[in-house]
Write a protein that binds this ligand. Structure first.
Ligand code: ATP
Ligand code: MG
Length: 268
């Protein structure tokens, strides 16, 4: 199975030209997609079980998106039913004073997955070339070298047994507006709404420019980005799960042999 949404190193990225609607790329209807997704999810549960049992390699899944882009929803639906013992989800918020006393990768490196583990980043080190760039939190002379620093950091991780899957959930400005409105209309979603989100929306074009540059610069042979059409949640979940399952199948994790000879064991 090929990776439909994976970028190639050196590829120029023009997000306005890239689909936010998956339905145009999918032959079946929503119902077929949901059935396919459910089957893949079962496969993911089995693969993760083997990956954890093998305990040798590591998988890091990175999610980036605009506000209301669906990171939380994707994580919730895709990982449903996976053994929680083998998965750690890290949401990265505004860095603490202690984080800021260190280099920007310090807080990230501490929580990369260990052997047999799947680590999921809800936001990531990429915030340091996105929100930080758009809002001039540090000068360009500080953020610009970070593309290369990130590439080298990810090289270290992949050289030492980590597979990295990076997903940018691509939504349209219209879809973000709809989702913000839905959050405003539903009191149970108010906790997800920050007035700051409206402020950030005014910088949409600047964010798109920042995303385009980081997608292009940080798509390396060892760690390419994937741009997932994310206006339709059913397509988003299917496309992401497909890539995770394909990757895990390629890694082909094996249950380890028993530590002891079990052939003579009798249980009284
Ligand atoms: P939701 O999408 O559900 O609102 P969220 O990921 O936006 O979840 P919040 O607590 O609302 O979570 O926001 C986290 C904020 O932290 C984001 O605005 C993000 O841009 C910011 N942030 C994350 N990393 C950094 C960073 N390195 N420097 C500055 N801000 C950061
Ligand atoms: Mg938020």
């Amino acid at each position: 199975m090929s990776y439909l949404h994976q970028l190639e190193p050196g590829q120029a990225v023009d997000l306005a030209q890239m689909p936010t609607q998956g339905k145009r790329l999918y032959d079946g209807d929503k119902e077929t997609a949901v059935a396919e997704f459910e089957a893949l999810r079962e496969e993911l549960i089995e693969l993760q079980n083997r990956f954890y049992a093998e305990g040798k390699r590591k998988l890091l899944i990175v999610f980036q998106a605009m506000d209301a882009g669906g990171k939380d929803g994707a994580i919730r639906s895709i990982l449903r039913g996976v053994n929680p013992q083998g998965v750690r989800v890290y949401p990265f918020k505004v860095p603490s004073k202690e984080d800021l006393d260190h280099d920007f990768l310090w807080r990230i490196h501490k929580v990369v997955p260990g052997k047999g583990m799947i680590g999921v980043f809800n936001r990531s080190h990429y915030e340091d070339v996105l929100v930080v760039r758009v809002h001039n939190i540090v000068p360009e002379a500080v953020w610009r070298p970070r593309y290369e620093q990130i590439n080298q950091f990810e090289k270290l991780l992949t050289d030492t047994g980590t597979t990295i899957l990076k997903f940018y959930l691509h939504i349209s400005a219209d879809e973000q507006k709809k989702r913000f409105q839905a959050r405003l209309d539903d009191p149970s979603k108010h906790w997800k709404f920050a007035v700051e989100d409206i402020e950030k929306r005014k910088f949409w074009d600047d964010y798109m420019a920042a995303y385009e540059e980081m997608l292009a610069r940080c798509t390396t042979p060892w760690s390419p980005w994937r741009v997932i059409p994310a206006d339709q949640k059913w397509y988003r979940d299917l496309a992401i799960t497909r890539d995770i399952v394909t990757t895990l199948n390629q890694l082909n994790p094996q249950y380890p042999p028993p530590a002891d000879d079990l052939s003579q064991v009798v249980i009284n």
